[in-house]
Design a protein around this ligand. Structure first.
Ligand code: SF4
Ligand code: FE
Length: 484
């Protein structure tokens, strides 16, 4: 099948019997739900841009499995150039949506599972890699969006999966049968899960033998029996339910999405199982997926940052302060921080290398440094955007007030900035900044920068492990003339 368009992708979601809950109620038509739809539009952009001649080189690749042209979101990276293009593609999509476009988790899972299953098979003579190859061919040929799912609810963080009072705190195998396995548990804050055709599950931490029932990786369709999702609410989400909602939304068309995905005794046939009790590979799979996703943030967050910097500059124009030196300097600082993140994304890609399975992996140390910076810089960029925007961003009346026959005129009069710009346009840019800094898009730009792809401490552990302090000590001793 050829590459889908955004419209075809949206129509393909309608054919699924995905079980979704929002605000305590089952939603039959999730595709047109006003709170969910913007996140579907963001994913649709990953399809539409693949048909745009201008972006073809970034958005598509030649599959090493079939030789066919595929969307890069379904591709196994074949070179460091592919890794670099991935980051550029993510920056582009951030620029086009100003939100999380969700499809990267699948791409990062494909690449992590591809190399890990190869190594499991080498050690145990299992058939996971061959199975995964067939699965990925199916994904590529059908141009699917897949929720690469890692994070379990985790319960008491001081206890391992097998030590939890409630065994369902981590996804686990409850039964092994001749035809497949039965799994139970849940994955929390799953990006794009409702909008995905499939879920591709991985373990979330390194495991010991006692945890082997939790060392499991598999794929299931989103509407498989026993799978359901509960939508994660976002700041200001009910604004989307307001009549004629437009200006107050800030970003009317695009958004991100997270949900709790529950696996209530779900059957998975063996040909969809990619890890089953080989516990010593759980940690490897986690590290690789996390590494790829930490690289990803050096692209997507930079693209969204580009839009936020632009929005702050527009707000400065509308407020009549763009010539002030401190405003210019704040925009320079925002740009400097944003491009530093991009440098990290490009660097960990350019320094990547080939795995035993043949696909390319990022430089782990640099990818973790990338994400560590992402836990900080977007906060500073948001702080500066709010500084430039001014307090009106959070104190101005609603769209309904501006459009009211009784008080609209007064609102338009007192909230006008420079004479050449309409009050509505000034409102629009301020609401847009509000949306990215503390509204629904802040989920993807701000707090996700902290916790997505692992919280800061997870990167520090990897930096400690990869930093090779001993080699640095040896360098110092040698030059200092120390002989011990
Ligand atoms: Fe992609 Fe970024 Fe969203 Fe992760 S946070 S899915 S990398 S857009
Ligand atoms: Fe993320």
């Amino acid at each position: 099948m050829a590459l889908m368009t955004g419209e075809q992708y949206i129509e393909s979601l309608r054919k699924l019997k995905t079980k979704v809950y929002v605000f305590g109620e089952r939603v039959e038509n999730f595709v047109d739900h006003p709170i969910i739809r913007p996140s579907i539009n963001s994913v649709a952009m990953t399809y539409d841009l693949a048909h745009d001649k201008e972006y073809e080189d970034l958005m598509t690749a030649t599959s090493n499995l079939t030789g066919n042209k595929v969307n890069r979101f379904c591709h196994l990276h074949q070179s460091t150039e592919d890794l670099v293009k991935k980051v550029k593609m993510q920056r582009l999509l951030g620029q086009k949506t100003a939100s999380c476009f969700q499809r990267c988790v699948g791409m990062d899972a494909f690449n992590a599972i591809w190399s890990t299953t190869y190594e499991v098979d080498k050690k145990y003579g299992t058939k996971y890699h061959e199975r995964f190859r067939k699965y990925l061919e199916y994904v590529q040929e059908n141009d699917l969006t897949v929720d690469g799912a890692m994070t379990d609810p985790k319960g008491d963080r001081s206890l391992s999966p097998s030590e939890q009072k409630d065994p369902d705190m981590y996804v686990h195998i409850v039964e092994k049968r001749a035809d497949g396995i039965i799994v139970r548990g849940a994955k929390a804050h799953q990006t794009g899960s409702i909008n995905s055709h499939d879920h591709l599950i991985m373990p979330t931490i390194a495991m010991k033998e006692a945890d082997k029932a939790y060392a499991v990786s598999f794929a299931v369709p989103s509407d498989a029996e026993g799978v359901y999702m509960i939508y994660g609410r976002q700041s200001c989400d009910t604004r989307k339910l307001e009549k004629d909602a437009d200006v107050d939304l800030g970003n009317k068309n695009f958004g991100g999405q997270e949900a709790l995905v529950v696996f209530d005794d779900v059957f998975v046939p063996w040909d969809m199982v990619f890890l089953c009790e080989e516990y010593e590979f759980a940690g490897i799979m986690v590290e690789r997926f996390a590494g790829y996703h930490r690289q990803s943030y050096g692209g997507c967050k930079v693209g969204v940052g580009d839009v936020l910097i632009g929005a702050a500059a527009v707000a400065a124009d509308y407020n009549g302060v763009s010539k002030a030196n401190h405003i210019k300097d704040k925009l320079i600082e925002m740009t400097h921080l944003n491009e530093t993140l991009y440098c990290c994304g490009i660097a960990c890609s350019a320094e990547g290398d080939k795995t035993e399975a043949g696909n390319y992996q990022i430089d782990m140390l640099l990818a973790n440094v990338c994400k560590q910076n992402v836990t900080r810089f977007p906060y500073e960029i948001t702080r500066l955007a709010e500084d430039i925007a001014g307090g009106l961003m959070v104190t101005m009346p609603s769209q309904a007030d501006f459009r009211s026959s009784e008080i609209g005129e007064v609102c338009n009069k007192y909230f006008k900035g420079v004479d050449s710009v309409s009050t509505e346009n000034r409102m629009r840019i301020l609401r847009f900044i509000e949306n990215m800094c503390l509204g629904s898009s802040a989920v993807g730009y701000r707090t996700e920068s902290m916790h997505g792809a692992g919280s800061p401490q997870a990167q520090r552990i990897m930096i400690a492990r990869q930093g090779n302090l001993q080699a640095k000590k040896d360098m110092a001793k040698k030059i200092a003339g120390i002989k011990e």
